[in-house]
Design a protein around this ligand. Structure first.
Ligand code: TMP
Length: 220
């Protein structure tokens, strides 16, 4: 995936802010119960505190297709065929990009998405689908400027997941998904952050990566 899908111009509201900023799309990835939702929210709050206009969003989206996916794909005992999962997530993604991500970027905001196309590459890839096909059906997905992976061992998330009900909760599945995410880390698509540490340390690292990125990107 290529980087740098900035749309519009944004300005840090705090006086003397050193960085020129434009709309920026960032996504946070990780296994179920890896803490990525907490860190995506914390990132948004930390950016807002620094004067940036930042918004949180998520996939599956809060829209009708996302709601359908939560009910009929995720909250059931048996998984639907992985091809069906991949297609539904891809459709939801286009809807999400068109209705939420692009408009916010055009207003110059920083959009932080809790999951994006890498979730399809990891989860549906781990279920046996070819990466190339998943990429093809996600061709319309706007590439993010920055994608961060909160890395937590599969054994840890499965312990945390015991209280939740999801079709993805099995250790075997989470292990395979983690392997798929690590391949995306190795090929440079995702920036890893060790998520198996106290929350404050993890969110500090996430913020540092984002601020450094915004700074270097602002120079161009
Ligand atoms: P979450 O709301 O806790 O992040 O859970 C969403 C679930 O949906 C999680 O198990 C991962 C799964 N998922 C996919 O399998 N593929 C995708 O493309 C997306 C966005 C999510």
């Amino acid at each position: 995936m290529s980087n740098g899908n900035a749309v519009g111009n944004i300005f840090c509201e705090k006086a003397g802010c050193p960085v020129k900023k434009r709309g920026m799309f960032i996504c946070i990835e990780g296994l179920d119960a890896s803490g990525k939702t907490t860190h995506a929210h914390r990132l948004v709050r930390n950016l807002q505190k620094r004067g940036f206009e930042a918004i949180y969003t998520t996939e599956p989206s809060a829209g009708e297709i996302g709601k359908f996916i939560r009910k009929y794909v995720l909250q059931r005992r048996k998984r639907v065929p992985s091809v069906v999962e991949a297609l539904l997530f891809a459709v939801d993604r286009v809807d999400h990009v068109e209705k939420k991500i692009k408009p916010a970027l055009q207003e110059g905001k920083i959009v932080v998405s809790d999951r994006y196309v890498y979730s399809s590459l990891a989860y549906q890839g781990a279920a046996g689908l070819e990466t190339k096909w998943i990429e093809e059906i996600n061709e319309l997905a706007l590439p993010p400027g920055l994608a961060i992976y909160i890395d937590v061992p599969a054994e840890v998330v499965v312990r945390r997941l015991r209280r939740r009900r999801s079709v993805m909760e099995r250790l075997e599945i989470q292990r395979k998904v983690r392997e798929a995410y690590m391949r995306l880390v190795k090929n440079g698509s995702l920036i890893p952050v060790d998520g198996n540490r106290p929350r404050d340390e993890v969110s500090k690292d996430v913020l540092t990566i984002v601020l450094d990125f915004l700074k270097s990107w602002g120079k161009h």
